[in-house]
Design a protein around this ligand. Structure first.
Ligand SMILES: Cc1cc2nc3c(=O)[nH]c(=O)nc-3n(C[C@H](O)[C@H](O)[C@H](O)COP(=O)(O)OP(=O)(O)OC[C@H]3O[C@@H](n4cnc5c(N)ncnc54)[C@H](O)[C@@H]3O)c2cc1C
Length: 380
């Protein structure tokens, strides 16, 4: 813990993953006095495990596509200009892994403003038969960041407390976390146990495993197919990831089978290209926290008991405008980024800053309260 005599902060952020670190960085840049709290250290959760590819989401038109597209553009700009030493930029080849994805990819190609070109012969010759017969899109610019390095660099100089937040108390207009006090509390705790009675928030943890390897095969660009494969770094390392396991939870007490995860990753990578002389260097594992509707969450949290007491007929499906709900004061949740936490973090942190500093309302589409009415109806 970096000791600090000041226990009163403008903002306390609980959770030092990519969401917490980017928020701490952005709010500090805006002149606020920020404390960052984590039970295990910086980038110790899902963020420390991430391959941290800054890639566009291939999806058809809709709200999700618009948010992801804006977030992707903002993230590329953010990491390449603010943290270039932790950001590797290379072209990105996305290969469809199913007929449904091929359909989405062909639509995406027609509509995207992102620069893309034809595959050159050298790259084609690297791919195996399955991959070379699929629909592809080859973007001129992609990026991958050093997940742990960038998180640490962002919070350099910011007060950090190694502390498990257990009870969140609100007294005299201030939130209290251990010995710390603040007006604004931000919860960015990923897929970890919720700290408030907010069962309506639709989140689930999706376990992921990635590996770093050495291989004599040189990878010239970012590859996304059945798994993602990074370009060969200056140090000669290639990252492969990640698995998506909705059944395993580290909170179950069950042991995770690392060997099986490695085998799965290498099998999936072999569907894209042949990797020669592989030596596994490191394993990284963690939980991504995905929202039930795939949109990220940024906004105030509804106090469910107080709101149900005020509007008991919500239990019978009464329509109540969300501005009438009772919210926990000055408390913002940032979560639900699924497999796109590094893409979304600069976008979410910018809007968090606009809400706290400039008092600009966060787009209600991101609000965690969107899950509340349906949950309330099930409480009858
Ligand atoms: C294997 C893998 C690969 C991925 N690859 C990519 C990728 O290529 N690109 C991409 O954009 N995203 C990727 N992701 C997703 C991305 O990592 C997540 O979306 C992101 O990590 C979410 O960040 P977060 O800050 O919300 O949560 P986390 O990183 O999980 O951070 C939450 C933090 O909260 C702390 N915490 C929880 N409860 C408490 C408490 N009570 N008190 C104090 N501290 C607490 C935890 O210790 C943890 O450090 C990947 C994820 C995984 C697992």
């Amino acid at each position: 813990m970096l000791t600090s005599k000041i226990l009163l902060y403008d903002v306390i952020i609980v959770g030092a993953g990519i969401n917490g670190c980017t928020s701490a960085y952005t709010l500090t840049q805006a002149g606020l006095n920020v404390a960052l709290v984590d039970q295990d250290g910086i980038a110790s959760g899902g963020s420390g495990a991430a391959g941290a590819f800054i890639s566009p989401k291939i999806s058809k038109a809709g709200e999700l596509k618009e948010i992801m597209s804006e977030a992707h553009t903002e993230a590329l700009e953010f990491y390449t200009t603010r943290f270039p030493q932790f950001t590797l930029t290379k072209p990105l080849l996305h290969i469809a892994n199913s007929p449904q994805e091929a359909d989405k990819l062909e639509h995406f190609k027609l509509e995207t403003s992102l620069k893309h070109s034809e595959l050159d012969d050298a790259l084609k010759s690297l791919l195996n038969e399955e991959a070379s017969n699929e629909s592809t899109i080859y973007f001129d610019e992609g990026a991958v960041v050093d997940a742990q390095g960038v998180c640490r660099a962002m919070v350099d100089g910011i007060d950090f407390y190694l502390l498990k937040a257990q009870q969140l108390l609100y007294e005299d207009g201030l939130w209290q976390v251990g010995e710390l006090r603040t007006k604004h509390l931000v919860l960015s705790i990923g897929a970890y146990p919720k700290l408030l009675p907010i069962d309506y928030v639709g989140l689930r943890g999706i376990w992921g495993h990635r590996i770093d390897i050495e291989t004599s095969t040189h990878i010239p660009c970012i590859l996304h197919h059945h798994v993602s494969i990074s370009p060969t770094t200056k140090a000669g390392v290639v990252a492969i990831g990640a698995t998506h396991d909705v059944h395993y939870s580290p909170f179950s007490g069950e042991l995770y089978d690392v060997e099986q995860g490695r085998t799965l990753l290498l099998e999936k990578a072999s569907k894209t290209l042949k990797l020669n002389n592989i030596n596994i260097l490191n394993d990284y594992m963690g939980l991504r926290s995905g929202s039930n509707d795939y949109l990220p969450m940024l906004g105030n949290l509804v106090n469910a008991d107080a709101t149900l007491e005020k509007f008991p007929h919500l239990r019978h499906g009464q329509a109540v405008d969300s501005s009438e709900y009772i919210y926990y004061p000055n408390l913002t949740m940032m979560n639900g980024s699924g497999g796109y936490g590094f893409v979304l973090a600069p976008y979410l942190a910018k809007r968090l800053k606009e809400s706290i500093v400039d008092e600009i309302k966060i787009d209600p589409i991101l609000s965690p309260s969107r899950f509340f009415p349906r949950w309330a109806k099930r409480q009858s």
